[in-house]
Design a binder for this molecule. Structure first.
Ligand code: FAD
Ligand code: AMP
Length: 474
């Protein structure tokens, strides 16, 4: 029987990163991964690389270029005639990006001498996993033993009874990344991160998009001022966002979907050509046999872990989407690194207070730390500096004037408590704020840091100056 120091179950950004770090630390490591791509080939990378972060960003970038050429190029003096979208080419490009990156992970496994066990893993005891091979090579199930096991089995799309996914007219996020044409009328259930990103892609390419969101607040976890500004901008782009709209039923004929929803206690109906169900994701422990060997799950199906990602079994850890905390790829990866280091006898480190969030709409939305709303509820004394993107020279040059950056710091110590960005490239700009939070920095630290001119990052500098009411350009 094969035996390893560490067996990782799941090869997404949690699992593959954990496996690489384990191998770097000299531990003999295997990773069990059951994903098969559209060509029935085993691949690494999990949700993130195959049907999540990367393919969605590929389509967001393609559709952003299309929208720029159609609506903004003229402003720059660029006249383009006969602009047309080749959806097939866009999807092929996405596929090839995914293929390059997933093959890259396989290369990293070879480089680090990690054994990739292509199959489904199931606990048979607290240090034995049965691997049931997948793919064309197949073969019989076989057991492997490990001193330590890391569960990184991720998450799968949530479904709701009124809108059953049929992978034809009603799809989940995976289906929405593979439409072969632009639907004329598109419904999206859920105005969360995934619903807004995928709704934006198809809206930019010409679909009439209606987003139905059960909650009354738009983007509830986001800073209220920024969420309100983002809502207006997305509506202006053509997203028909209906809040307080709870979907109660759907009916399909072979061409279109009738969606029934309740809004203001009235029953409403719309008809669309495609419907994306984007109502969240749930932890994936299907066929894992975790409970059977004594690993506890909470009521929502997440594997119970302590602050160090230890499960209820001493040699078994769990990381990423399958445990509490934000369902974000970088959170999964950091937990993977920390667990690998702990297994190797090092301290490991994850700062859950310094995890950046990004929504890749345009403008992008990104934040780290707390919102004003949360701080008020906690009774914290704070100061806010706010700087409009429109006052940034670089933003003007780019023709991107929407949004703002807000910095919130402790009124007594000036420690940065939150940074909230709505603006172009917010996904990149947030990193400076994350570093500042990680280092327990103050708004004064950012205010005294020299920022290159002209850059968008100057807007973050100005927001820091604004905390002390000494912003120069606003
Ligand atoms: P996963 O990536 O889900 O990987 C789990 C892996 O485990 C899978 O490959 C699965 O096949 C395998 N597996 C499960 N059970 C078994 C088993 N028993 N045996 C063998 N293998 C098994 N996050 C971001 O941070 N940024 C983004 O921009 C972003 N965009 C997203 C866009 C979309 C459309 C979606 C759906 C998600 C997005 N996410 C994004 C979320 C991100 O993809 C997840 O947070 C991340 O993939 C979680 O990593 P993970 O390793 O925990 O799990
Ligand atoms: P997220 O959890 O960020 O992926 O967002 C999913 C969104 O879907 C949440 O904002 C939910 O309120 C929303 N949602 C869930 N069920 C329904 C429903 N039946 N109708 C409309 N919106 C829903």
């Amino acid at each position: 029987m094969k035996s390893f120091d560490v067996v990782v179950i799941g090869g997404g950004p949690g699992g593959y990163v954990a496996a690489i770090r384990c191998a770097q630390l000299g531990l003999s490591t295997a990773c069990v991964e059951s994903w098969l791509n559209d060509d029935n080939q085993p691949v690494l990378g999990g949700t993130c690389l195959n049907v999540g972060c990367i393919p969605s960003k590929a389509l967001l970038d393609s559709s952003h270029h299309f929208s720029f050429i159609k609506h903004e190029a003229k402003e720059h003096g660029i006249n383009v005639a006969g602009v047309a979208m080749d959806v097939h080419r866009m999807i092929e490009r996405k596929k090839s990006i995914v293929q390059t990156l997933t093959q890259g992970i396989a290369g990293l496994f070879r480089k680090n001498k990690i054994e990739w066990l292509k199959g489904h893993g199931r606990f048979i005891s607290e240090n034995q996993i049965e691997v049931r091979p997948v793919g064309e090579d197949g073969g019989d199930a076989f057991p492997v033993t490990a001193k330590h096991i890391i569960i990184a089995t991720g998450s799968v799309p949530m479904t709701i009874p009124p809108a059953q996914v049929d992978d034809n007219l009603i799809v989940d996020s995976t289906g929405a990344l593979a439409f072969t044409d632009v639907p004329r009328r598109l419904g999206v259930i859920g105005a969360g991160v995934i619903g807004l990103e995928l709704g934006s892609v198809w809206n930019r390419l010409g679909a009439e998009v209606v987003v139905l969101e059960a909650l009354d607040d738009f983007l509830a976890p986001v800073d209220r001022q920024l969420a309100n500004e983002a809502e207006k901008l997305l509506r202006k782009q053509g997203l028909d966002i209906r809040l307080g709209a709870k979907v109660t039923g759907t009916g399909c004929n072979n061409r279109e979907v009738t969606i029934t929803y309740e809004q203001d206690e009235a029953k409403q109906q719309i008809v669309v050509d495609k419907l994306i169900v984007a109502v969240g994701r749930k932890p994936n422990t299907q066929g894992l046999g975790a409970r059977e060997v004594g690993i506890e799950l909470d009521q929502r199906g997440f594997i119970e872990v302590d602050g160090l990602c230890c499960t209820t079994l001493p040699n078994v850890y769990a990381i990423g989407d399958v445990v509490r905390g934000p369902m974000l790829a970088h959170k999964a990866s950091e937990e993977g690194v920390a667990v690998a280091e702990r297994i190797a006898g090092k301290p490991g480190h994850i700062n859950y207070d310094a995890i950046p969030w990004v929504i890749y709409t345009w403008p992008e939305i990104a934040w780290v730390g707390k919102t004003e709303h949360e701080l008020k509820a906690e009774g914290v004394d704070y100061r806010v500096g706010s700087f409009p993107i429109a006052a940034s020279g670089r933003a003007r040059a780019m023709g991107e004037v929407d949004g703002r950056i807000k910095m919130i710091s402790d009124a007594h110590t000036d420690r940065i408590l939150g940074v909230h960005i709505l603006g172009p490239n917010a996904s990149e700009l947030i990193s400076e704020a994350v570093v500042a939070v990680e280092f327990d920095g103050s708004s004064e630290d950012i205010a005294r840091t020299i920022h290159a001119h002209p850059t968008l990052a100057e807007a973050l500098h100005e927001a820091a100056l604004a905390v002390d009411k000494r912003s120069i350009h606003f």
